[in-house]
Design a protein around this ligand. Structure first.
Ligand SMILES: C[S@@+](CC[C@H](N)C(=O)[O-])C[C@H]1O[C@@H](n2cnc3c(N)ncnc32)[C@H](O)[C@@H]1O
Length: 240
C-alpha cells in the first residue's frame, strides 16, 4: 500500500515568517493616512516589520507575540531556520501559490528577509515598550486600549494546529482590547480553503453583538487566500 503525501504546506506548528508594512496595508485594505489615525495592535506580529516600518512612518503601533519574551539573537536564529524550512518545501507545492508579486522562491525569501531584518534592530532598540510578550488567547492590555487590531497569518490559517476554542477566545480577547474594529487575514487555511472556524465564529452567540464582514483584498499569495474578516459593532467600525 502507498500513502500519498498531502499536497499543501506541512508544518507542525505556527512558523516565524514576517511580512512587511506594504503587505499589511494590502492584506487589511488600509493606507498610511488611515493607519495614522488609529491606535493599532498587531496581534501575533512575530518578525513582521509592520510595527517597525509603520512607527517610523508616524503610526501608533503595538506588537504582541509569544516570541517577545526571547532575546533578539534567539528570534533571529529561529526565523532564519523557519524561513529556510518553509522555502525548501514550496517548490513541491508551487501550484498552490500565485507567483505574480514574488516570481520565484528566491524573490519571496528576499522579501521575508527584508521584513525580519527591519524588525530585529527595532526589537533590540525598543524591546518590550513596543513589543509585548503575549500568549493568546490571553493578553494584559486594558479594555479598549486600541482603536484597530489587525492579525495576520495566525488565526484561520492554522486550522489543524489551533482549535475552535483558541479562535473563539482569542477573537473575544482582541475585541475586548479594541474599541473600533478587528481585522483578520487570511480567512483560508493552508490548503487555500475557507477555514471552518470562520462560519462557526460568525454564528457563535458569544459574538451576537458584533457584525462580521468578509472583504476581498488586493493581496493573494496562497491561492484563494485573498479575503479579510472585519469584526465590529454598529457604532464602532472604522470610517471608510
Ligand atoms: C506566521 S507568523 C505571522 C507573523 C505576522 N503577523 C505576519 O503576518 O508577518 C505567526 C505568529 O504567531 C505567533 N503566535 C503563535 N501562537 C501564538 C499565541 N498563542 N500567542 C501569541 N502569538 C502566537 C508566532 O510566534 C508567530 O510570530
Amino acid at each position: 500500500m502507498t500513502f500519498e503525501t498531502p499536497h499543501y504546506l506541512q508544518i507542525e506548528k505556527v512558523v516565524l515568517l514576517g511580512r512587511a508594512f506594504d503587505e499589511y496595508c494590502r492584506m487589511f485594505a488600509l493606507d498610511l493616512a488611515e493607519l495614522r489615525q488609529e491606535i493599532i495592535l498587531d496581534a501575533g506580529s512575530g518578525v513582521s516589520s509592520f510595527c517597525a516600518e509603520g512607527t517610523a512612518l508616524g503610526c501608533n503601533i503595538t506588537a504582541a507575540d509569544v516570541i517577545y519574551s526571547y532575546p533578539a539573537d534567539e528570534i533571529a536564529r529561529k526565523c532564519a531556520f523557519d524561513l529556510e524550512d518553509v522555502m525548501a518545501k514550496l517548490p513541491a507545492i508551487a501550484d498552490l501559490y500565485v507567483w505574480d508579486e514574488f516570481p520565484t522562491v528566491e524573490a519571496l525569501t528576499q522579501q521575508r528577509q527584508r521584513a525580519y531584518r527591519a524588525f530585529l534592530p527595532d526589537y533590540e532598540q525598543h524591546g518590550q515598550s513596543r513589543y509585548k510578550p503575549t500568549i493568546y488567547p490571553h493578553s494584559a492590555f486594558e479594555t479598549d486600549a486600541f482603536t484597530l487590531t489587525v492579525s495576520s497569518h495566525l488565526l484561520f490559517l492554522y486550522e489543524d494546529q489551533l482549535n475552535y476554542a483558541f479562535h473563539r477566545d482569542t477573537l473575544k480577547e482582541l475585541l475586548r482590547v479594541t474599541s473600533g474594529e478587528v481585522r483578520i487575514f487570511p480567512i483560508a487555511n493552508l490548503k487555500g480553503k475557507r477555514c471552518v472556524y470562520v462560519d462557526q465564529l460568525m454564528a457563535d452567540e458569544v459574538f451576537g453583538d458584533y457584525e462580521f464582514e468578509i472583504v476581498r483584498v488586493n493581496y493573494e499569495f496562497l491561492k484563494n487566500a485573498n479575503q479579510m474578516l472585519r469584526v465590529f459593532t454598529r457604532d464602532s467600525q472604522l470610517r471608510q
